[in-house]
Ligand binder design. Structure first.
Ligand code: NAD
Length: 472
């Protein structure tokens, strides 16, 4: 699980050799630590639409040093390029050329964030062409970023201002070291939903979060990260992983629930546990997943069915239970989603690009992305009104909340450590950051998406893959 090569080329001699031989030079990525600066260095805000003014004001409110014009001697920790006013592809020029002029002034692990409106929000060909143009330039720039830098986009709904809480949450996530392995991606903020937390370092304070598959790997990292952010953790895993599960949740002062999520009553069992032990359920992370790889010609029904059952059918069944309970409560008590229910589900870049030997796995993970897109339509992302119990929209059974997916690429886990050495070494380098991600990178994306500050984002899939070459 250690990437010796990356460690080596971050030593002076290793760097020299890699440079001389033209080998990949993956940078040591800046990752989140409590108390660190949101951005190292000043932030340049480019563009003249309303989003530029709004973002400059927001950044100043966060205590950042903001520049509105490029300066020759400045070193930037981030650039926010606002394209919200573009009406035709010719309008992309001024901001993009200015962005290019400061590329050599970006510090290590710098962030470029483009801000633009949802292309599908307009039927006007020139406007849509311009907005899609921003996607294209953002993805290309992400390939060109150096020294651990990333480029991502924040996509605003047609009538959504950058000043809404959901946009603030997304902007902060993309600026911060929490998005270390997210590059070439777009976060849609399509509604005015979301609330700004009282403390940005404790965005899940007071929440109860269920994490399935929490005994090890990415699930254990998600549990630790949600706990760091203030949540009480309910870790779920199969009885065979009971000891490891207890180890994880005990270290986080949470509770453990030994449960096979494919059991027909799994959703009910989780609800009952949360009601009895914690009195509430606010966040669900569907992380448990399995692989049973075989080329289709060698695929038997048991390999196919078990992957579909664990990776997608179980999630569909549990969501039905949780959404119904959010509307009705448990034993007359509002347990689920009192302040809104937030669900995150683990997909995979395999579900986007496909992968040899993974027809079953890719079907299940593409299914997850379909599930979140459709389930978002059954939920109201707006924050519950003060005074109501919040579990459902007043007078209806529509629950308040959001659902999104996270699609990891190559992540350094026990699973990927078992790959043949040569395959692993190639897979690791096939992304713009030229290294594998860490479980915590996936966990940070999940923690952001299940927070109230991400309330403007629902039905989407966020890739955590370092802009992997696999998939669109
Ligand atoms: P892992 O195999 O290390 O951990 C999965 C956990 O889920 C295990 O603790 C396992 O016991 C549990 N689990 C399996 N079936 C279960 C069931 N029926 N009921 C309850 N718990 C069950 O996997 P990981 O690498 O940490 O991956 C976590 C998630 O991320 C999975 O959904 C996986 O598909 C996805 N993912 C991983 C990668 C990667 O590179 N590791 C890449 C893309 C997606």
């Amino acid at each position: 699980m250690t990437d010796t090569y990356t460690a080596l080329v971050n030593q002076p001699m290793g760097r020299k050799i890699a440079r001389a031989l033209g080998l990949p030079q993956p940078a040591a990525l800046r990752r989140y630590e409590p108390g660190q600066n949101l951005v190292d260095g000043s932030v340049l805000v480019l563009g003249d639409g309303p989003a530029a003014e709004e973002s400059a004001e927001m950044l100043l409110g966060w205590g950042l040093e903001v520049r509105r014009q490029p300066g020759d001697d400045d070193l930037y920790g981030a650039v926010i390029a606002c394209y919200d006013g573009v009406g035709t592809p010719a309008d992309l020029s001024a901001t993009t050329v200015a962005l290019g002029s400061v590329q050599r002034q970006l510090g290590p692990s710098a962030r470029v964030i483009t801000v633009f409106r949802d292309p599908s929000g307009t039927a006007e060909p020139a406007v849509r062409a311009a907005r899609r143009g921003v996607e294209g330039l953002t993805r290309s720039l992400a390939h060109e970023m150096r020294r651990g830098g990333t480029a991502n986009g924040l996509v605003l709904g047609e009538n959504t201002a950058l000043s809404v809480p959901g946009a603030a949450g997304a902007l902060r996530f993309l600026l911060s070291a929490k998005s270390a392995f997210v590059s070439g991606q777009f976060i849609p903020v399509i509604t005015d939903g979301g609330t700004v937390p009282q403390d940005w370092d404790q965005p899940l304070a007071g929440k109860v979060a269920v994490v399935t598959g929490a005994a090890r790997g990415i699930g254990a990292a998600i549990a630790a990260t949600l706990h760091r952010d203030g949540a009480t953790i309910v870790g779920v895993d199969v009885p065979a992983a009971g000891e490891a599960l207890a180890g994880v949740v005990n270290s986080l002062s949470g509770t453990a629930l030994q449960l096979d999520i494919t059991a027909p009553s799994a959703g009910e069992t989780i609800l009952r546990h949360c009601a009895e032990r914690h009195g509430r359920l606010d966040v669900v992370v569907h992380n448990a997943g399995i692989t049973r790889d075989r080329k289709l010609a060698n695929m038997d029904a048991s390999r196919w069915d078990s992957v579909i059952a664990v990776n997608i059918e179980a999630q569909l069944a549990m969501n039905r239970t949780f959404l119904a309970a959010a509307g009705q409560g448990v034993d007359g008590q509002a347990v689920v989603g009192r302040d809104g229910l937030h669900i995150a589900s683990l997909a995979s870049t395999s579900g986007i690009a496909g992968n040899t030997g993974q027809t079953n796995y890719a079907a299940s993970k593409a299914g997850v992305m379909g599930m979140v897109a459709a389930t978002a339509g059954l939920m109201d992302p707006s924050a519950p009104a003060g005074g109501s119990d919040g579990s459902s929209v007043e007078g209806t059974s529509t629950p308040h909340g959001t659902i999104n997916a996270v699609a990891p690429g190559f992540i350094e886990t026990e699973m990927t450590a078992k790959m043949p050495r040569a395959t692993r070494e190639v897979a690791r380098r096939l992304n713009s950051l030229q290294q594998g991600g860490l479980p915590v990178d996936v966990a940070e994306a999940v923690a952001f998406l299940v927070s109230d500050a991400a309330g403007g984002t629902t039905g989407s899939t966020l890739r955590v893959c370092g802009q992997g070459m696999m998939g669109a």
